[in-house]
Design a protein around this ligand. Structure first.
Ligand code: PFF
Length: 508
């Protein structure tokens, strides 16, 4: 029986998939409105600094945890010592929670892309309140991600990244070139975006930039551990991390270049005051941009279509990476085929997305259906994951790789220790992550529903710990080899005519 391999076939495939994971709604939806609310370029600078000081180091640590373990996060962490496995399980639970709301937001982008020609002006709250329509688009979005994951790591995730990410970048370049050529208002838009106003950024803004950098780089929720586990042992992870962080930052910067000139063009053409545009809120791309596109004669609908197709692609490549974390764990821990595991994960998360969609729709229409502690479920899930649990997992990755491993990150046989990096991974990044965690929780507690969100996060922690010590600590939680073995068995069975079923990874 010839040995099969699962994982990325090429270094560029690995890097493109990781960039695809990083570039998502965080960059296109979250970044522009947070930048507007926090002093334009001042926020951008802090954000870039966070990527450099904490983000890149944490990403390197997460890739290291994955590649060292060649397995799902639970097994990968267990290989440090059994106690660490609980962090591994938390790293699988967090993406499962994120998927439930990311699916819904992805559904919004699909809806906006599909209805670009009919016009998206003013549809936000009516669409959000129409649960059936939201769920229809959520299912379309989830089905696209499912199709990619079912086709396997190499045949699905790697291949789709090689097509989707470059397409997304081409769209972004086209859009930013177009908006920079709009003429009237462009100069003011660029000044707003690129001239730093340090008075407008508060401590809360700095924290928001740190959180944004984390979310945007997909850190603290297993995606980079899982992709790292599929990376070949010769890949220089320093180099790959530098490329991924750089491209994520450049793409984020370009999103600003595409959006702010267009907003200020609208301001100058219509005479609307910038303060009336709602630039600093979550409606920026779903409420304000449709107005901006609607004001562009003839070409507005095409620009809208390109923008929302780009956003949907970015969201898709990101959600694929988080669904893959949970799918990989189910395949390896329960030894079931990829297709079945992916369908199981997608179905359960879609079921959980239903209350999230209802709750969000209700709150956007001023209601409180299915709210918890006065917040809609998306905000609760976002607080639980982004503010509380993701920094914990990121911290664990830095500590594990900094203190408990000498795995070669450069891909060389005998690793040369880079003392600056060791200091960053052992001390600086963990310290900054603790600061993010402490200030994040303090800030959360001072907001309405914050204590409830913290209680939910504690409940997730307790349930994860009970599940780990009750079920997973003592059992073999599998590794990448298990999927390879399943693949071999499927091929053998098919040859013997025992199985007509389809197994995604090609026979190699
Ligand atoms: N980085 C993605 C974004 O910016 O939208 C979100 C994300 C993807 C977060 C994957 C976490 C993750 F594991």
């Amino acid at each position: 029986m010839n040995r099969k391999r699962t994982g990325f076939g090429t270094r560029s495939g690995f890097e493109l998939a990781a960039i695809g994971s990083a570039v998502g709604l965080g960059n296109i939806w979250g970044f522009p409105y947070k930048t507007s609310a926090n002093g334009g370029a001042a926020y951008l600078l802090v954000y870039l600094l966070c990527i450099l000081l904490v983000g890149a180091v944490t990403m390197l640590a997460e890739f290291g945890v994955g590649r060292r373990g060649k397995a799902n996060p639970v097994t990968a962490y267990k290989s440090f010592s059994p106690g660490w496995g609980v962090i591994g399980l938390l790293t699988v639970v967090i993406p499962a929670l994120i998927i439930c709301y990311y699916y819904v937001l992805g559904g919004y982008t699909v809806k906006y892309a599909l209805s670009s020609f009919a016009g998206n002006i003013g549809i936000f709250s009516s669409f959000a309140g129409n649960t059936g329509d939201v769920l229809l688009h959520t299912v379309i979005f989830a089905a696209l991600a499912l199709a990619i994951i079912m086709a396997g790591v190499r045949g699905g995730i790697e291949t789709s990244s090689k097509i989707l990410l470059p397409s997304m970048i081409v769209l972004l370049i086209a859009l930013s070139s177009f908006t920079l050529l709009l003429g009237e208002g462009v100069r003011e838009g660029l000044a707003f975006y690129l001239r730093p106003d340090f008075h407008a950024i508060s401590w809360a803004g700095v924290l928001s930039a740190m959180g944004q950098a984390f979310f945007s780089l997909s850190l603290g929720c297993g995606a980079m551990i899982t992709y790292g586990s599929y990376a070949g042992k010769k890949i220089n992870l320093f180099r790959s991390t530098a490329i991924i962080c750089l491209l994520d930052a450049v793409i984020t910067f370009m999103v600003g270049l595409a959006i702010f000139p267009a907003l200020f063009h609208y301001v100058s053409v219509t005479g609307t005051a910038p303060s009336e545009l709602g630039m600093g809120g979550i409606g920026l791309i779903f409420i304000t941009l449709p107005l901006v596109f609607g004001e562009m004669p003839v070409i507005g609908q095409v620009v809208s279509l390109l923008f929302f197709v780009m956003t949907a692609i970015a969201a898709l490549t990101s959600v694929v990476s988080i669904v893959e974390v949970v799918t990989q764990f189910i395949i390896q821990c329960y030894r079931i085929y990829r297709t079945r595991a992916a369908i199981l994960v997608t179905s359960i998360c879609l079921a959980c997305a239903v209350p999230v969609a209802i709750s969000l729709g209700s709150s956007l229409n001023g209601g409180s259906l299915l709210s918890l502690f006065g917040k809609n479920l998306l905000d609760i899930l976002d607080g639980v994951t982004n503010t509380i649990l993701m920094p914990l997992c990121a911290l664990a990755a830095c500590l594990a790789m900094g203190w408990c491993s000498d795995h070669s990150l450069s891909g060389e046989e005998t690793p040369r220790q880079n003392s600056a990096l060791v200091v960053m991974m052992k001390f600086i990044a963990p310290l900054l992550i603790v600061v993010i965690e402490v200030f994040g929780i303090t800030d959360l507690l001072s907001s309405p529903g914050g204590a409830g969100t913290l209680m939910c996060a504690c409940a997730v922690l307790v349930i994860t710990a009970v599940a780990y010590y009750g079920f997973y600590r003592g059992r073999d939680t599998g590794s990448n080899r298990d999927e390879a073995l399943l693949l071999e068995q499927a091929v053998e069975k098919r040859k013997a005519g025992l199985q007509r079923g389809w197994y995604p990874e090609r026979d190699r």
